[in-house]
Write a protein that binds this ligand. Structure first.
Ligand code: G3H
Length: 544
């Protein structure tokens, strides 16, 4: 057994003097004293919450998390004002935004994305400091989000073109389009604080809904530079921000019954609690991305090097803090030793450090309680017979945890069942393929699986059961959400609704149609409306 948690062994020092941080990555504290409400950046003079980085600075008192700034600690009063603003802007579907032409909404979104790009450098820097994402991944998160917005605009143009004609059936003529649903409450997680909120907020917005968006606990300041872009690009009340403790500020909003769509990415427990607060469940639509503990299955027919590389990407990209991460690796007993040995060696070679350092792959963790939680999970496994297989595995210092490869894990251990959402890689040896299948059958979640095998018959025999147990079967590659044009969903407690660039437009809208009997007078009436461009809905205009 390798050392665990005790001394740093061969690991380089992670937390360094502040003066050694390169100038272009140094950060000036941001004390946000305003929030976006009803088209204004409203000044805030009330209590504030300090925001700290996972990056620690060595001091005389030990490691201290660097203060990044502070945010308004708004109360239920401001939440209900934000709700009122969104409700008024929607105005039962009669507001400026929900009745605006698709072309008009697209122009607003193009203005927003133009203004957003001006803030690229600062947002990327804040992502690194606030959640410890590496420079490469923070850059990818920003650029991927901009691409997502542009793809969404293109997808809406396509949708609109498909709807820009009349259909005829059984003596009835109709134009069928998609219309907004109302007020959307959008909440996202800390691991993709920009991207995941925007993958619900942007499609919801462009379909004509009005938005309340609750900033995540970590990754909140990175939204501050974008508030002005929302203010400038969209009519007043269309987008409103919420800051503070979810349990205090979100409950009254849900209890009001005025939220039409809950777009939530986080735990199923919180999502279920929020849904239950709504007094008219039939009026609430939910788009949810929730719990997951995606398994990898490495059979004796796998290319072990491919499996090792992909399992490392899947289990440890952004320190394992992805909903799509591989969180349990089943390996057929015949190859378990060689796989574990290669994986442990490769993990030990991963470079730890601060987010902006070249080649860094393991960084400090933002959640205060996470190091202690991960240690408890590892200790539980070790007390039941597992070992930490890699050099320095599980080493902790402040907010930093070096990844631990834990083997052999079994169903008596917490690591078999709990979504660790951090840098621990549990490996379960199996004899019969029925064992990983049974894991997925009995699991409360069903997002994705990764199958590693070069044997076509074996792969085929696993595809058929797993497509009905999860929502994406990855062959010889890690689990992941991208490309964003592919559907992203899950079964059981993993998701409700589907998100992809195209699916999200459907999820945040409802079909609505204008129909008439096919008489000469109705034909002339409809033709006149279309010719004179008197309706934004009833139109045969083609958006280029
Ligand atoms: O945390 C969940 C993310 O949506 C995962 O996205 O698989 O592209 O990292 P990703």
């Amino acid at each position: 057994m390798q050392q665990q948690n005790s001394d740093r062994g061969t690991l380089p020092v992670v937390f360094k003097e502040e003066s050694s941080i390169p100038d272009n990555y140094k950060i000036t504290e941001i004390h946000q004293r305003e929030y976006l409400l009803n088209g204004e950046l409203v000044p805030w003079n009330g209590p504030v919450t300090n925001i700290y980085s996972p990056v620690c600075i060595p001091t005389a008192n030990g490691f201290e998390k660097k203060l990044l700034g502070s945010i308004p600690n708004t109360t239920p009063k401001e939440s209900l004002e934000a709700l009122d603003a969104a409700v008024a802007a929607y105005d039962n579907g009669l507001g400026e935004w929900p009745t605006m032409s698709v072309e008009g909404r697209i122009k607003c979104m193009q203005k927003f994305v133009y203004l957003m790009i001006q803030q690229r450098e600062l947002v990327i820097k804040l992502l690194m400091w606030e959640i410890g994402k590496t420079l490469a991944d923070a850059t990818k998160e920003f650029d991927r989000t901009v691409d997502y917005i542009n793809f969404t605009i293109d997808a809406l143009k396509d949708l609109d073109r498909e709807s820009s004609h009349f259909q005829q059936a059984e003596g009835t003529i109709a134009q069928i389009r998609r219309a907004p649903l109302g007020v959307v409450l959008s909440m996202g997680p800390f691991n993709y604080p920009l991207n995941e909120i925007f993958t619900t907020l942007i499609p919801a917005l462009i379909m004509g809904n009005t938005i309340l968006f609750k900033l995540p606990k970590y990754g909140v300041l990175c939204h501050y530079p974008l508030l002005n872009a929302f203010k400038e690009a969209f009519p007043k009340g269309t987008v409103n921000t919420l800051y503070g403790k979810g349990s205090e500020i979100i409950s009254p909003i849900m209890e009001s019954g005025k939220v039409n769509v809950l777009a939530f990415i986080g735990s199923s427990k919180v999502a279920n609690g929020l849904k239950k607060l709504h007094p008219k469940v039939n009026r609430l639509r939910a788009i949810l991305s929730l719990d997951a503990k995606n398994a990898a299955i490495v059979t004796k027919h796998a290319d072990i090097d491919v499996a090792v590389n992909e399992c490392i990407l899947g289990a440890l990209s952004f320190n394992g803090q992805r909903c799509t991460a591989l969180k349990l690796i089943f390996v057929q007993r015949e190859v378990a030793a060689v796989f574990t040995e290669k994986l442990a060696a490769a993990v030990s070679a991963m470079k730890p450090g601060l987010p902006w350092e070249a080649g860094v792959r393991i960084t400090p963790l933002p959640e205060d309680n996470k190091p202690a939680y991960l240690k408890a999970c590892i200790d539980d496994a070790v007390s039941k017979g597992a070992k930490v297989m890699n050099v320095n595995g599980g080493f902790q210092e402040g907010s930093f945890v070096f990844p631990a490869v834990v083997y052999p894990v079994n169903d008596q251990m917490r690591l078999y069942h709990e979504e660790q959402f951090g840098p621990v890689v549990p490996i379960v040896p199996f004899d019969s393929i029925d064992e990983p299948v049974a894991y997925q059958v009995n699991a409360s979640h069903g997002m994705q699986v990764s199958i590693f095998s070069e044997d076509a018959k074996e792969v085929a025999s696993l595809i058929d059961p797993f497509v009905n147990l999860v929502s994406r079967v990855n062959i010889n590659c890690q689990a992941q959400r991208s490309p964003d044009v592919f559907p992203f969903t899950g079964r059981k407690d993993s998701a409700e609704g589907t998100l992809s660039v195209f699916d999200a437009l459907r999820s945040f809208s409802i079909r609505s149609l204008v129909a008439a009997k096919l008489t000469e007078s109705n034909k002339s009436l409809l033709n006149t409306i279309v010719r004179d461009h008197d309706s934004n809905f009833l139109s045969t205009d083609y958006i280029f």
